[in-house]
Design a binder for this molecule. Sequence first.
Ligand code: PLP
Length: 396
Amino acid sequence: MRVNQAQRDPFSLKKGLDKIKSAGLFRTRRAVNSAQGATINIGGEQLVNFCSNDYLGLARDERLVQAVRSGAAVYGVGSGASQLICGRSLAHEQLEEAVATRLGRSRAVIFSSGYLANLAIISTFAASRNDVVVMDKANHASLIDGALLARASLRRYAHNDIAGLERLCAGGRTLVATDSVFSMDGDLAALPDIVAVCEKHNALLAVDDAHGFGVLGRNGGGAMEYFSLDETRVPILMATFGKACGVMGAFVAGPDDVIETIIQSGRPYIYTTAMPAALAVAAEKALTIVARETWRREKLYALIDRFVQGAKQLALPVLASTTPVQGFIAGSAGAAVKCSDYAMTRGILVNAIRSPTVPKNTERLRITLTAGHSDEQVDRLLEVLAELAVQLKRQA
Ligand SMILES: *Cc1c(COP(=O)(O)O)cnc(C)c1O
């Protein structure tokens, strides 16, 4: 007898998807029909964009577009292979050197994405069953996934609980990993305290500066510049080119032995096709722009200040944050989605972030400000959030 292929569902996928839907956790996708920027086009509609990580407004910068063009003219499009085979170009090499020089670190290595960089860091330095990985509970998913890939055991402490961190650092080879700016809450890790605990317990420290690099520090050097930490204090530093730099890809920078160990044994480094050289050319250009154009950070921080002051005056339910990442708490998955849908009807694009990305009952709108926004756009955002706060109160 012929089985009706359309009806075969040996893994009960339909049931699983229905469950996601009925929990209000179904994720929908959109297709953007324009370059990234303070406003973007979706379905023919122009929306003010408060959810990209393009913090300095560089993703559509004409100089970066030109850098990609000139890189492609020399190197073509595809990189052809992984970096250790024949995919690493002179552009990658120059980018590594530029990162190391710019951050005052011995060496750097380039990754196609931050997700892969974090997988490589955790699985390389916590590769034995006796190793322990210690993390903040609010760390980015890629660090947690790195621990799943590593053989080591994962221990997590409550968000920003330094005493909790210290309790978990007792004995054995320990790798501590933390976001510098927490990606969903926008608050800062207490890096000087974390460094002190690691030094006291001889733990190795990795910092993910995805949201700090380009944003924190006068010259955009990120959390290391902001807290005045060098590679003797924070040996493993990771950051991405896909956020403030407006390109794509990532790096890990630090002492020679750290970088060489990743190159020699980091499977997510070794077994993936190299980032296209044209993007390496653009990322190097972005490094220069990020360092030189301090006005972008000044403008960004003026907008953050405007938002934080406005939210305070309106008594909005926002998380305490001094970075471009701001959380407007809706309190449930359903409420967060409703808030996002309503904002869209008012011409504002801001995403609902639900569990498991954030803890249950802290579902929220994750708002991101960029140097590309105007005062008027931030004011309009505040106006819409004030309307939402009233609606949330009425439903409570
Ligand atoms: C975005 C992000 C990453 C992943 O970087 P990609 O380049 O997007 O893969 C890692 N860590 C944090 C904290 C991030 O926000």
